[in-house]
Each structure stands twice: as C-alpha cells, then as structure tokens.
Design a protein around this ligand. Sequence first.
Ligand SMILES: [Fe+2]
Ligand SMILES: [Fe+2]
Length: 163
Amino acid sequence: MTKTAATPTRNAPASVDAITLLDADHKAVSELFARFDSANSVSGKQALVAEICAALGVHAQIEEEVFYPAVKLALKDKVMIPEAIIEHASLKGLIATLEGIDPDGEMYDANVKVLSEYVKHHVEEERDELFPKVRASSIDILELGARLAARKQELMAKAASAA
Ligand SMILES: [Fe+2]
Ligand SMILES: [Fe+2]
C-alpha cells in the first residue's frame, strides 16, 4: 500500500490532521489482520504478527501521550478517554500473551483472532464516538496531527534502531 490519504488542506500537503493520521493507522492495522487471515506459513504469520504488534504499540503510545491528553482536556472528558486507556491496557495484555505463544499452534491463531476483534471494537468506538466529538470541538487537529506524526516518527526510528 503506497497510496497516501488525501490531505484536507490544499496548502499543507505535508501535514495531516490528527484524525486522518489515526484513521490511516487503524486501516493499516486492519489490512495486516486481513493478510494474517490469508497467510498460510508459520513464518509469514509470525512476520505479520510482529508488524501488527509493533504498529499497535506505536499507535497506542502516540494516542496515550499526545492525542488522549489533548482531547481529554479540550472535551473535559471523564468517560471516553479513561475507557480508551483501559482498552489499551487490555490490548497490551493480549499482545504480551501472543508474544509468548508458540506460533505453530491453534492458540496462536485464536489469540490473533481475539486481538483483531478487540482492536476492531476499540477502533469503532474511536471512529464513531470519539473522533466526531474531536472534529466538532475547538481542537486544532492539524497542530495535533503534526505532534502525533513527529512522535510516531521518533518511536518508529527508535524501534528500527533497536531491531
Ligand atoms: Fe486507541
Ligand atoms: Fe486508535
């Protein structure tokens, strides 16, 4: 997938707003899960799971460090963000379990399935409940998008140098 999402502002081709960036992450992970479903070798599945876990890790971290605090403050939210943080913790638990399982067994596929369903549920809540409220708020989503992109790049560089 080399296609990039269209940017909402004509004069800022290099910048993407926060919601477009997070939506693109969600779509990328859902594509990886779809590829897992049709993968037929253990090594292929393992490579996809590594990619999924790395992508989810970076995504969750930029949301928790940058997006959620800004949104919580602007919306004076006491419900959606705490719930999202708890869901992230559950997702991290599933990822940790998955990393300790033999990739050649049925529990591996079962864990990936549960992880994908859990991610789907969490993403739907963000897309259908949280993002519309953010769009309707006074939050500068372009500025927030730039901060998310910068942090994402930093974390990905760190992961690449550690690999
Ligand atoms: Fe999230
Ligand atoms: Fe998300």
